[in-house]
Design a protein around this ligand. Structure first.
Ligand SMILES: Nc1ncnc2c1ncn2[C@@H]1O[C@H](COP(=O)(O)OP(=O)(O)OP(=O)(O)O)[C@@H](O)[C@H]1O
Length: 257
């Protein structure tokens, strides 16, 4: 997936959430870092096809460019592009909500159906996907009765059920305690098929356990894209291996608080 000169604003009067972002996602696991309001969620939502750029293009490998948002009426190729992106990507937003009245299995199967799977296939795949995220025992429970951490795993299963090539996860471990975070990280590490991932987070203590690439976003721009090992060399406090200081140094360089 590549971003080519992508800009996005939520409204005419608001400051752009992303400005002229050019960046290419490479296979593997990439973590997206940056302060609050940096533009991480916006970048992920553009990657998922949930938002359409004001300017520039977000492309899957070899696909058609997405038309700029303000071109009207939208042309059929754009719809085909977005439909394909929905099939190829799996998207987990920051907040996973329980679907009222549905069990965990029904919620995951419904997500599969929305992504174009046959009903029977989605129903069966919901079982294997819930197994993959360690929730087999809870598949028949109402989603609303699950803990916050279990609900995140339902959200992950929803993102995975249709077998995407690229997982896009927006702060999947925010608000979890350290033990829950470690459990969620193990689930991500051991997913069958080892899908490519782009994951935003504020947790920087254990980056190298899961990720190989890092992107740092600040002020709506990509300030750094490279390997985790290279990022760690950016620390200013003379303590190599400290992702926290390395990432803060980059953000400070960008003039952000
Ligand atoms: N729905 C929205 N309407 C208006 N402005 C928005 C909306 N969503 C985000 N923004 C603004 O766009 C900018 C980028 O926000 P975004 O959520 O992408 O940042 P983020 O890096 O994901 O932040 P966080 O780590 O707090 O989730 C911010 O200035 C934010 O206030």
């Amino acid at each position: 997936m590549s971003f080519e000169g992508v800009s996005y604003s939520y409204g005419k009067r608001s400051r752009p959430a992303l400005t002229d972002v050019t960046w290419t996602f490479h296979a593997g696991r990439t973590v997206l870092l940056g302060p609050d309001g940096a533009g991480k969620s916006t970048l992920l939502r553009l990657a998922a096809g949930e938002l359409v750029p004001d300017a520039g293009q977000v492309r899957l490998d070899g696909d058609l460019p997405s038309a700029p948002r303000r071109r009207w009426p939208p042309r059929p190729p754009r719809h085909r592009t977005l439909a394909r992106r929905a099939a190829v990507t799996g998207w987990m937003p920051q907040e996973v909500r329980p679907a009222p009245g549905l069990t965990a299995r029904e919620q995951v199967a419904y997500a599969g159906w929305l992504r174009g799977m046959e009903r029977a296939e989605a129903w069966e795949r919901a079982v294997t996907t819930l197994h993959d995220v360690g929730l087999s025992a809870d598949a028949g429970r109402p989603a609303s009765a699950l803990s916050d951490e279990q609900l995140r795993r339902v959200g992950l299963a929803e993102a995975l059920v249709h077998g995407p090539r690229l997982l896009l996860l927006d702060e999947p471990t925010a608000g979890l305690d350290p033990a829950q975070r470690a459990r969620f990280r193990d689930v991500l590490k051991n997913l069958p098929g080892d899908p490519a991932m782009l994951v935003s987070t504020h947790q920087v203590d254990d980056l190298d356990e899961l990720y190989d690439q890092v992107v740092v976003v600040a002020g709506g721009q990509v300030r750094y894209a490279g390997s985790v090992a290279q990022l760690l060399e950016h620390g200013r406090d003379g303590r190599p291996g400290r992702a926290e200081s390395a990432h803060l140094a980059l953000v400070a360089d960008a003039g952000d608080p």
